[in-house]
Design a protein. Structure first.
Length: 156
């Protein structure tokens, strides 16, 4: 059903601009990214109220705490969308795709964590715009990795 909705938005003039495969990725990735940023902003601003999170003897900054909660949620929604809508024709086995997706996600985890630390603590940017900047970087890395590694359509 989701693919039918995505197909409905793929207007004829888009065929000249962007391949359908890339369009599906953009829609799925865009929806998951919007979900990620909204959930992050809600947790950071309203749940943690921009205050450190104390868990026993561990103190976590609110922007990292929000990230740590949001990341696994959008990991699962992202995999489901990529596997079932964006790259649904991949001949690779499910376990292979899952392991590869996890590897790409681990690289995105590192980019997210390091990027947030750099933008917030060293450049003193606000956390939510920092998350948006880091997301743009991760999206680029993720698309190329998912297309050519995780869900590729042909053996090399």
């Amino acid at each position: 059903m989701i693919e039918q909705i995505v197909s409905w938005f793929y207007f004829p003039f888009l065929k000249k601009i962007i391949p359908y495969h890339t369009f599906r990725y953009a829609i799925c990735g865009g929806a998951n990214t919007v979900f990620d940023i909204l959930l992050y902003a809600i947790l950071y601003n309203f749940v943690f109220k921009k205050e450190d999170v104390v868990w026993g003897s561990i103190v976590i900054s609110p922007y990292i705490a929000a990230f740590l909660i949001v990341f696994p949620i959008t990991l699962f929604t992202g995999y489901w969308l990529m596997n079932n809508v964006a790259f649904h024709g991949s001949p690779l086995r499910g376990r292979t795709k899952m392991v590869r997706y996890f590897l790409v996600v681990c690289s995105n985890l590192a980019i997210n964590y390091i990027g947030l630390k750099i933008f917030v603590e060293y450049f003193h940017f606000y956390p939510t715009p920092s998350k948006i900047l880091v997301t743009v970087i991760c999206t680029t890395v993720s698309y190329l990795s998912q297309k050519h590694f995780t869900f590729r359509h042909h053996a090399r």
